[in-house]
Design a protein around this ligand. Structure first.
Ligand code: SAH
Length: 508
């Protein structure tokens, strides 16, 4: 079988700026040759068994040379593998993608190019700077600042660039910014012309300095900006204040820790990122289905005898349907006459995805709320199935029994602690907010910390909890809870976090 190499542009850093074609290639890759800059967050898209080769510098190892990279692409391609060469921004914009394509062609290895969003356009855009603007700039020129403007051998004609009327976008120019600024002014660009530098554009670390061509080098030094950055010279840089949208986002400058299980983190993480936060995913737990027990077998066999079926979480729904599927059954096993109760809208949604409409979705998710919502439902002598996690609190089942229901409680899954990545733990301690969506995540998170780290939490990140049960657990674990969701859902949690930020001091 012949291999295939995709030369893929990863975009400038925001993982949302990868193209659909790039994503498909990554999802099918067997070998990925990547550069650190701008590509790291995309690595989880690769299949778990894909071989990842870092072509850039890594601790204790030199960067691969271009020849070595070309050779690796040819070798894996010729060996019949699906290879992705992943590069920041666009592969053909100062990415040496052209050389790689030539090497593959010469070796007879099939390849395709997947363009990416270049930092030359995206970093300015995320800083509120359109590279062209009606009546302001009708062209833009992208140039490397890597070459030394004071050397005779210089290929870049800064004099000519100074005379081109449109926007000038300079990549790799931070090291020589003062010389570039002087060369452009000497060539005729007015020193008072607006100019900007955008470092780590499109990422949560993005920083921007807007100044004039003359004073940009000094301002960049004052503000401590460095590589990687895009420099924009031209009147469009003066539009930044008016167009900027990044700095206006409410969680800009905040770092929020998401402790949910990895498989469930993305909804919360995505919402937080969209609001401008940097997100640290520190999955404290993993959902692990429990092996079948005679009680479970018995309950599933007698499913059509239940008058009321209570599902307490999305995981519970998944586990129930997995258990049914393992027995060759599906949604039709649920008795049509039974009242199905879903705790929380997300649980109801997941049920609907399995083809079952919940009859009742209690407004309050704590046991008392659920029991209240069942006030009109006859329970006396009614067979009830409660499907839930191991270690769940007894209140709900006790309450149902108090109303003379015949309750079978089956444990379908448990939340087990996930081993922590030390870097993520350190990032979590330095974060502005910790979020907890369940008691199990609180306990497991605290279990990851040593005594010193627990002490570091005092006066550290602010704690936001999804509801009173989780808050109680957090307090029992010695945490102060700063905000609690009024509606015990992910959107409710985000709303509580936003309110906490709005009420507290402005971003650092
Ligand atoms: N192929 C890439 C450019 C590679 S050259 C692209 O199309 O974007 C590397 C230079 O790109 C850096 O020195 C910097 O000038 C710029 N760059 C890359 N990512 C950036 C980012 N997120 N923010 C600002 N500049 C970036």
């Amino acid at each position: 079988m012949s291999g295939f190499v995709h030369l893929v542009g990863a975009g400038p850093g925001d993982p949302g700026l990868l193209t659909v074609a790039g994503r498909r290639a990554l999802e099918r890759a067997e070998v990925v040759v990547y550069d650190r800059l701008g590509t790291e967050e995309l690595m989880p898209l690769c299949p778990p068994d894909a071989v990842l080769l870092n072509a850039g510098k890594s601790p204790g190892r030199q960067a691969m040379t271009q020849d070595e990279i070309n050779a690796a692409l040819v070798e894996h391609g010729a060996a019949g593998r699906r290879v992705v060469r992943l590069k920041g921004g666009d592969p053909f914009v100062f990415g040496r993608g052209g050389e790689e394509a030539e090497a593959l062609r010469a070796a007879g290895v099939e390849y395709a190019v997947v363009p990416g969003i270049t930092s030359a356009i995206a970093a300015p855009a995320y800083a509120g700077i359109p590279v062209t603007h009606r009546g302001v700039a009708t062209s833009f020129t992208v140039v490397t600042g890597h070459e030394d403007p004071t050397k005779e051998s210089e290929q870049t004609d800064w004099d000519a660039l100074a005379r081109v009327p449109g926007t000038l976008v300079i990549l790799m120019g931070m090291g020589r910014l003062a010389a570039i600024s002087a060369a452009l002014i000497a060539g005729g660009r007015p020193p008072g012309q607006p100019a900007a530098a955008v470092q780590w554009g499109t990422t949560p670390r993005q920083r921007r300095v807007v100044a004039t061509l003359g004073d940009l080098p000094a301002r960049v030094r004052e503000e401590g900006l460095g590589s990687p950055a895009v420099v924009v010279v031209g009147p469009v840089a003066g539009l930044a204040e008016g167009i900027d949208w990044i700095e206006r986002r409410p969680l800009r400058g905040r770092t929020v820790v998401v402790t949910r299980a990895r498989a469930q983190a993305s909804e919360l993480s995505d919402r937080l990122r969209a609001l401008g936060a940097a997100v640290v995913e520190l999955p404290a737990i993993r959902i692990s289905p429990l092996p079948g027990t005679p009680e479970l077998d018995d309950a599933l066999t007698r499913l059509d005898g239940y008058g009321l079926i209570v599902l307490t979480s999305v995981n519970g729904v998944d586990a129930l349907f997995a258990a049914l599927a393992a027995r060759g059954r599906d949604a039709r096993a649920l008795p049509a006459a039974a009242t199905v109760v879903a705790i929380g809208p997300a649980t109801a949604e997941r049920l609907a995805a399995h083809g079952v409409r919940a009859d009742l979705v209690p407004e309050r998710f704590v046991a008392e709320g659920i029991l209240e919502s069942l006030a009109q439902t006859p329970l006396d002598g009614v067979p009830v199935l409660v499907a839930r996690a191991r270690g769940s609190r007894p209140e709900l089942v006790d309450g149902l029994r108090a109303r003379c229901a015949h309750v079978d409680e089956v444990e379908l899954y448990e939340a087990v602690p996930e081993p922590a990545d030390p870097d993520a733990v350190a990032a979590a301690l330095a974060a502005s907010h910790l979020t907890f969506t369940a008691s199990s995540t609180v306990r497991s998170f605290m279990g990851l910390l040593g005594p010193g780290e627990r002490a570091a939490l005092r006066g550290g990140p602010r704690v936001v909890s999804i509801g009173p049960v989780t808050s109680d657990t957090a307090r029992a674990e010695g945490l102060e809870v700063h905000a609690e969701a009024a509606e015990h859902t992910i959107p409710g949690l985000v709303a509580a976090l936003l309110a906490d930020v709005a009420a507290a001091a402005p971003a650092p």
